[in-house]
Design a protein around this ligand. Structure first.
Ligand code: IPE
Ligand code: IPE
Ligand code: MG
Length: 250
């Protein structure tokens, strides 16, 4: 029986966050340019989006471009941006068919005009879809988001709209670009790197981390099922003891 059939439907992570890594190395292994790897990464994006929706995942966040990625060679940045435009245009009908709502986190203003326009169209077209929310992290970094959040809160405090005692975890969570999105239950990073590269620092305080050596362009539904199966075999204790968790279950 496949792993998919052994998954517990009652313990599917509500929110999965992914660091799609390894496109460049995938291309290099075949003697091709890095962009070739990004192009093939799109197939993995489609597979994993569909696979997550099939399992009943409610939120899927994909790290597509970090604030730090602006430091890459211009030619690669341009290729990534055109790939983004092309992919969104091509995939919007599939998002509609699969009832998936598209949204973004990150500094969208910093993207090229054509990207922004294409994204906005897809966001508008899919806004009433309810099966799953697909969040693209674009020009995103967690520290950028936290700095923004602190600024918003400072303005509210300065204007007398809030007191010092109003500043709590909920207020901070609500001021981040991930407000209204529950914290990720599971974070998956491909390509064998064991770091979080400025991704969802606040939100992943209690996420389970899953690292795999598979390079992103090779990532398929069965790898997603493997990650979820691994997640389902863990005990999330949130500071409590294993005994307390077992007691609650019985
Ligand atoms: C991930 O693959 C895609 C982006 C960061 C846009 P990389 O491009 O980082 O691939 P590697 O890590 O160099 O192999
Ligand atoms: C993280 O991957 C960002 C994305 C997947 C978009 P990187 O490949 O840029 O991460 P580092 O810099 O190697 O940590
Ligand atoms: Mg990388």
């Amino acid at each position: 029986m496949s792993i998919e059939h052994n998954l517990d439907p009652n313990r599917i992570p509500k929110h999965i966050a992914v660091i799609m890594d390894g496109n460049g190395r995938w291309a290099k292994k075949q003697g091709k340019f890095r962009v070739f790897g990004h192009q093939h990464g799109v197939k993995a994006v489609n597979e994993i989006t569909e696979g997550a929706a099939e399992l009943g995942v409610e939120y899927l966040t994909l790290y597509a471009f970090s604030t730090e990625n602006w430091n890459r060679p211009k030619i690669e940045i341009n290729a990534l941006m055109s790939l983004l435009v092309k992919t969104i245009k091509k995939e919007t009908p599939t998002l509609m068919k699969n009832q998936i709502k598209l949204t973004t986190i990150g500094q969208i203003d910093s993207l090229p005009g054509e990207c922004k326009a294409e994204l906005q169209q897809a966001i508008d077209a899919t806004k009433d879809n309810t099966r799953m929310t697909l969040i693209l992290a674009l020009s995103y970094s967690a520290k950028w988001d936290i700095v923004n959040s602190v600024k918003k809160i400072a303005v509210q405090y300065k204007n007398g709209e809030i007191d010092l005692s109003d500043i709590n975890e909920n207020l901070i969570s609500g001021s981040l670009s991930t407000n209204r999105i529950p914290d990720p239950d599971l974070m998956i990073r491909t390509s064998g790197e064991h770091r979080i590269s400025n991704y969802l620092l606040w939100e992943m305080a209690y996420s389970e981390f899953y690292f795999t050596d598979v390079l992103w362009p090779d990532f398929r539904k069965e790898h997603l099922h493997e990650a979820i199966s691994n997640y389902q075999n863990r005990e999330r204790r949130f500071g409590k003891t294993g005994e307390q968790i077992a007691e609650k279950k019985n």
